[in-house]
Design a binder for this molecule. Structure first.
Ligand SMILES: [Zn+2]
Length: 283
């Protein structure tokens, strides 16, 4: 008998926490350059030959590791919802008759997990497969320490974006929810009304998610970035009062709130605050 079988939510929790850490570490790196202040740095964010990123090889490698772990745990989560036994690489003919804990079995590596995910959930596009393969190679180079894995902040954001828009599919009450909502549920983001957005050493949680979101806007474009907040293109957008007071010069506007289908409220899809419809018109 196989014992200690993990709950599928365990893998989802890990996916969310790793993803938060990846974005948080990227923010810490970019704050070193006060990245929002320097126009010159803009073009370097996507340049693998930039000496900035070469000198930050270890730090960026760490982020690749976190991102890789996040995606791998999501694959494990979706597969284990069907059955956790699909995660086990050891063929049943080699299983012992006696009790054995789940974590003592060999678990499929990333590429096999992606195949199982594709067969049992949804097949990723050829582009996603190629980008994930690059991520896997970068991660191996970093782990084995044989060669610097050339990457850039924009590349990291592109991988995150593809994961969050093509694989991530969390639904609650028939509504797609974003990883930002999960960050809040996990207690990573405590939104307070009395704080300021700035790229300093002490950064409050609301400033953090505004910076996180700005990464996607800068790397992917404003329109496409909405997809990671699980906002449909046709929906009417409102300003979020709380985000508006926090965006500073990091974002151009705070149109992140949508009307709730259930109550007379609008809900910010970034900071998750909600307001009665009248309040949103006060700005
Ligand atoms: Zn907001």
């Amino acid at each position: 008998m196989i014992t200690d079988i993990p709950d599928s939510e365990f893998f989802l929790d890990r996916c969310v926490n790793y993803h938060f850490l990846a974005l948080n570490n990227l923010l810490n790196i970019l704050c070193k350059f006060e990245y929002m202040e320097f126009e010159d740095l803009e073009c370097e964010l996507s340049d693998p030959e930039s000496e900035h990123w070469e000198s930050l090889d270890i730090e960026l490698g760490n982020i690749i590791l976190l991102l890789f772990n996040s995606i791998e745990n999501y694959l494990k989560y979706k597969i284990s919802v069907i059955t956790p036994y699909l995660l086990i690489e050891t063929p049943p003919k080699d299983w012992k008759w006696s009790n054995k804990a789940f974590h003592e079995f060999y678990i499929h590596p990333f590429d096999s997990l992606l195949k199982i995910f594709a067969v049992t959930n949804v097949e990723p596009s050829a582009h996603v497969k190629q980008i994930f393969e690059e991520l896997r190679v970068s991660r191996n180079l970093y782990i084995h320490g044989t060669k610097a894995a050339k990457t850039t902040p924009y590349k990291i954001i592109e991988v995150s974006y593809l994961f969050l828009t093509e694989l991530w599919s969390e639904i609650v009450d028939n509504q797609k929810i974003s990883i930002f909502q999960k960050f809040l549920e996990h207690g990573h983001l405590e939104i307070e009304e009395e704080s300021e957005a700035k790229a300093g050493e002490i950064m409050d949680d609301h400033s953090k998610i505004i910076f996180f979101y700005s990464f996607y806007q800068k790397a992917i474009g404003k329109k496409k970035a909405f997809k990671i907040l699980a906002i449909q293109e046709s929906v009417k957008m409102h300003k979020c009062l709380l985000c508006e007071s926090q965006i500073g010069r990091v974002l151009k506007d705070s149109y992140f709130a949508i009307e709730s289908k259930i109550d007379e409220v609008i809900i910010c899809k970034l900071c998750q605050s909600d307001y009665y419809m009248g309040e949103s018109q006060l700005i």
